[in-house]
Design a protein around this ligand. Sequence first.
Ligand code: GAP
Length: 456
Amino acid sequence: MSELTEYQGKATMEKITSLAKRRGFVFQSSEIYGGQNGAWDYGPLGIELKNRIAGAWWKEMTRLHYNIAGLDAAILMHPKVWEASGHVENFTDPLVDCKKCKSRFRADMIPEENLASKKCPDCGGELTDTRKFNLMFKSNIGPAEDTASIIYLRPETAQGIYVNYKNIIQSNRMKIPFGIAQIGKAFRNEIVTKNFIFRTCEFEQMEMQYFVKPGTDVEWFNEWRKQRWAYYEKLGVKMDHLRWHQHGADELAHYAKDAYDIQYLFPMGWRELEGVHNRTDYDLGRHSEFSGKDMQYIDQDDNNARYIPYIIETSAGLTRNVLMILCDAYDEEQVAEKGNDDDWRTVLRFHPNLAPVTAAVLPLMKKDGLAEMAQDIRRELQDDYAVDYDQSGAIGRRYRRQDEAGTPFCVTVDYQSKDDKTVTLRFRDSMEQVRVPIAELTARLRQEIKTYKRIK
Ligand code: GAP
């Protein structure tokens, strides 16, 4: 499928941000105090969506790969880790300030002519010289605030994996090639944090480090590029909204020999979603040097050859994936119900495996025993599915509310249900309705989820 040249969907960042707040996906952090820049809170639907995305990635990386083990390392690590990793020295952005309006810019994000003439792009005031700004959050641990007590919030989860790689070989008897997967928080003191949850100071990453024999790294790099692309296809993402971007020499991180980003076409344009990096033996080599511990692998399948493994990394932003899935699912559609041609609906076309709510159970009326029957159905379904229950308002409005939350199935209990023990199953995407025996509902939903194909 060929990629699009420009965004053609119905989403805008304003619409996504507003829907996210209105429906309880994402709220601004500390909003009552005016908000905290670069930090966001995930509401009831948001945490469900984030957990589903994390779950899909975790299943893909661990359950579907016998040779990839999971890990949850601490956020706080020995400060030497960040010296060894090169982050203390190299993890910087170029920064300029305006002396007049005090605005702060990333030097690589403002027009070249402003940088050359030292003119502020906002007010025309004089810009300072460019200086390096380290993105790591630095604090002190313990009661003394001196250099001996410095501690960093991790800017990537990867290092927690590297320092544990020998533990995992020993505890799980891993043999090269093998991987270690981790999902967790990372922190960067980003200078520019616009576009909602796209670039934030506190975010989550889903990273997998694959340890390979030197000389096989290029082959594994290509293999992981293939697998990561196929993953998004399986997730049901619009594939013409994805493309590869290879890092030029000026973009490569200090640890990388080669790097490709999977970019997604967001409403604001093509942006990085995930990176696949060939980190060589840089990280383990440096940890060997800085810790004095031997990080070599003894290859029993190759005459006990000793070497520092090369690492292929797949690094995706979990919170950035949440934004991608929201944009990808967003649609507005004119629906001509009851002859009303002006009736529009906003619908999130989540894959049922990712939808925060799988099914909503709706009694047509609260009275005449319909609510009780609907509650029984909710109880029956909730063991297998995330289920919502809503009995307030006109049924059309309740369907719209579920469409906007991305609920793929609505189960409506009406008077006929009392007679023949059937319900209406309504499909979010097509808005079609079919009659299903209550006894068959759980199995029918399972079948619908398994065979789900996005129609738009
Ligand atoms: N361990 C390698 C690494 O961290 P990266 O390209 O800096 O590589 C990987 O980050 C992914 O983490 C990115 O593709 C992006 O999805 C996510 N990410 C990075 N910085 C982010 C930020 N400030 N806010 C949200 N997500 C971020």
